[in-house]
Every structure is written in structure tokens, then in C-alpha cells.
Design a binder for this molecule. Structure first.
Ligand code: PMP
Length: 369
């Protein structure tokens, strides 16, 4: 019945008046709003997925491998090969997207009576998943230029003594990477205050000019690195996220994971994608070059741009970002308005999509001057 709304139901107090997360899914020619990889999977990989899924289909009468051993082994190899830091099966856990990884971490280390902190603006799902798991949320500070204000962050950690500290590097939506010294400083502050878990969200790390923080895992059992196949692997539709951490962390999240959470079809598809890592990382190089071109061209057009280590760029400043968003949309290009006053975010697309975007923002600049 349409006269009954969410708030008329006996929903939990902390969900009252809230909106679900989600960017508009509009049908426009150029969609650069959700940090997806614009390249469809290459045909040989599509074939390999079909083959692997066909094999898996023969056993769908059985539950899947609950511990996803083959997949976690291959993910560990990928991490070792790309970082030079030895990662094994026991260090890796996988779930349906890194959102689920984060949810499992908060179910394990957060929860009622506990709290988590993030340095905002950052990935808003950290706070939303915290709320969904009954974990208190603390919004930590950033500098004007969107870097983390380390002394203020250390102070916030000492004061609030959160159970989970989120650091997103490269950060979404601003695109800047967090230096390892900052992560180390926050880790030390978090251990001195509680001790608590530090979750480094590296969803976009493959696009970074710098290296993964995986080597920092050595000797730091309360550090977790979270990753995804949604961005660099161009497989947002697959829903596969994973983490690397001390084996005890992997044991701990198994206390909250639903049995057989990762379907046999998902595992088969992810394994096929991992066989094609070389080709997929080739697209990453193209996207990095396009990202750098977006930064250059936006600056040449007179926009402010935050230095980007991701597959997207935050640009501004607009007197009214939402009006600018609409004007870019009127020219057939969908970008993201994250509600950060004065700023918009654009994901790197194909060269043609980026050209269309650059034409639109050049026109907008002319109109405004
Ligand atoms: N972390 C960050 C920083 C993100 O931007 C995203 C996707 N927008 C995710 C995690 C979640 O990605 P997924 O669940 O697709 O792995």
C-alpha cells in the first residue's frame, strides 16, 4: 500500500529518515559517474568465463567451496606478484564485493557499543555499513586540500578510541593517495588508544602512481588491506572483493560470514578473470594515461583539480556544484555530485567518452566566464 512509508514501519531508530546509497543510473550517452572500468571484458575472457561457469553448473546441486580455497590461493598469488610482498592463502579472505568485506569486518570488530572512524569526505559506505551493523560512526577531519590532517586525526583517535579506523587510499571521491607514513602514524595512534583495527581500503590501488601498502602487514596483526575486482579488473558486475591480513583476522571474519556466501558461479568467474590478469592490467595502464590527460586538460581549462591516483578525478570549484552537474548532464555526460560543496567527480572513460566530457566542461567554463 503506497500510503505506508519506511518510517511507518518499526525499523531500527538509526535507519529512520535515511536514504539508501546509490548514484543515479540514468540512460545518457556518456556515463562517468560510478568509477567503473569503461572497457567490456575481452572476448577470450568472456569465453573462459562461460567455460568455467559451465563446469561449475554441473555441480550446482552441491554447496560451493565454503572456504573458496582455489580462489583465495589465486588472489594471494596476484597480490604477491603485483606487490613483491609474500601473501599466502591464509592471509586472504574473499566476499561479494569489498562492501561485503567491510561489512564482515564491522560485524567482527565493530557492532553495538563500539565505534569506527573515517576521515571525510571519503567513501560514504564506510559510515553507512557502520550504521547498518550497529557500529557508532565518527567523522574524522581532513585538511582543505583533502589530505588527512595527521595531528587532528591522531587527536580524534585518542579522544574517541574507535574500534575500527578506515583509511581509503587512493581516497574516493577526492582521488589522492595517503602516504604510508600517515597510515603508520594512524596505526600507532589506534594501537595506543585501544588497540583497534585499521582497515586500509585499496579499492583503486592498481591506478596509483605509488605502491600498495601490503608490505606494512608484516608484524601488524591489526592491519587489514581491502581490495576489489570491481575497478582494475573491470568486473564490477562480478561482485568480488577480498582482503589481506594476518591469518587470525581471516579466522575472525569467518565467525560472521554466512555459510557458502560466495556462490560457485562467482568463484568460477573470478578464477577465469584472474587467468587474464595481464590483459586486464593493460587496460589499467590506458586508463591511467587517460586519467592523467583529464587532470592536465581540466587544469588547462581553468578548473581546480585534486591530484589523482585513482581512475577518477575531482574537479571544481563551482559556486553551485549541483547546477554545474545538471549542465554537464544536459550535454549528455553523467558525472558524480557527491555533495561536496564546490566539487564534482568524473571517472576516466574511453578516450572518446573523455573527449565528450572535456568538450562539455570547456563549454561550461566559457558560459561561466
Ligand atoms: N571501497 C571504495 C573506496 C569504493 O569506492 C568502492 C566502490 N565504489 C568500494 C569499496 C566497493 O566496491 P565493491 O563492493 O564493488 O568491491
Amino acid at each position: 500500500m503506497s500510503d505506508v512509508r519506511i518510517d511507518d514501519l518499526p525499523v531500527r531508530d538509526e535507519l529512520r529518515g535515511k536514504s539508501p546509497y546509490g548514484a543515479p543510473q540514468l540512460d545518457v550517452p556518456v556515463r562517468l559517474n560510478t568509477n567503473e572500468n569503461p572497457y567490456p571484458l575481452p572476448e577470450p575472457l568472456v569465453e573462459r568465463i562461460a567455460e568455467r561457469v559451465r563446469e561449475a553448473a554441473r555441480n550446482l546441486n552441491r554447496y560451493p567451496d565454503r572456504d573458496a580455497v582455489e580462489l583465495r590461493t589465486k588472489l594471494a598469488e596476484y597480490l604477491t606478484d603485483t606487490s613483491g610482498h609474500e601473501v599466502g592463502l591464509a592471509n586472504v579472505w574473499a566476499a561479494n564485493g569489498s562492501n561485503e568485506v567491510i561489512q564482515q569486518l564491522l560485524q567482527t570488530f565493530g557492532g553495538p557499543g563500539r565505534s569506527a572512524i573515517g576521515f571525510e569526505p571519503s567513501y560514504s559506505m564506510h559510515g553507512l555499513i557502520a550504521r547498518g551493523t550497529g557500529t557508532g560512526w565518527i567523522s574524522g577531519p581532513r585538511n582543505e586540500d583533502f589530505t588527512i590532517d595527521v595531528p587532528a586525526a591522531e587527536k580524534a583517535i585518542a579522544e574517541h578510541r574507535p574500534d575500527v579506523v578506515f583509511v581509503t587510499t587512493p581516497n574516493n571521491p577526492t582521488g589522492n593517495a595517503v602516504p604510508p607514513e600517515t597510515v603508520l602514524a594512524l596505526y600507532e595512534a589506534a594501537q595506543a588508544a585501544k588497540p583497534s583495527m585499521v582497515v586500509v581500503d585499496e579499492a583503486y590501488i592498481e591506478f596509483s602512481h605509488g605502491d600498495s601498502l601490503l608490505p606494512l602487514l608484516d608484524g601488524r596483526p591489526n592491519l587489514v588491506i581491502s581490495r576489489t575486482m570491481s575497478k582494475a579488473f573491470g568486473a564490477a558486475g562480478l561482485r568480488l572483493g577480498y582482503l589481506a591480513a594476518h591469518p587470525a583476522v581471516v579466522d575472525a571474519v569467518q565467525l560472521v560470514r554466512l555459510p557458502y556466501h560466495l556462490s560457485a558461479v562467482t568463484q568460477a568467474t573470478a578464477l577465469a578473470a584472474l587467468e587474464h590478469t595481464g590483459t586486464l592490467l593493460g587496460y589499467v595502464e590506458q586508463l591511467k594515461a587517460e586519467r592523467d590527460r583529464l587532470v592536465r586538460e581540466l587544469r588547462a581549462t581553468g578548473y581546480d583539480v585534486v591530484e589523482s591516483d585513482a581512475n577518477f578525478v575531482q574537479f571544481g570549484r563551482f559556486e553551485d556544484a549541483h547546477t554545474a552537474w545538471q549542465k554537464i548532464l544536459d550535454r549528455g555526460v553523467l558525472v558524480r555530485d557527491n555533495g561536496i560543496p564546490g566539487w564534482l567527480r568524473v571517472s576516466a572513460g574511453t578516450p572518446e567518452e573523455n573527449d565528450a566530457f572535456l568538450d562539455a566542461v570547456r563549454e561550461l567554463k566559457k558560459e561561466q566566464s
